[in-house]
Design a protein around this ligand. Structure first.
Ligand SMILES: [Zn+2]
Length: 80
């Protein structure tokens, strides 16, 4: 797989993951998490409203082996 194919694949995978989170009512916020060696991840890391999340993988991510930044769901607190 070429680098650009890999990026296209990752982008598709990430957008599907984000769509699943957006469709889940229990998910209130989305956290963007990236490892320290992901230079660009440091600039987008944080917690976002689930419809205002930056696109992953971050353009220009230079991590060796590819970008592994990720979306993590922040669930609503369930009160009994
Ligand atoms: Zn990255």
């Amino acid at each position: 797989m070429s680098v650009s194919e890999h990026i296209a694949y990752k982008t598709r995978q990430q957008s599907q993951a984000l769509e699943r989170l957006q469709a889940n009512e229990r998910v209130e916020l989305v956290r963007v998490a990236g490892p320290e060696d992901c230079s660009t991840a440091q600039t987008v890391q944080g917690v976002y409203s689930k419809f205002e999340v930056p696109v992953l993988p971050v353009e220009g991510c230079s991590r060796e082996g590819g970008c592994i930044c990720n979306y993590e769901p922040v669930l609503k607190e369930i009160y009994p």
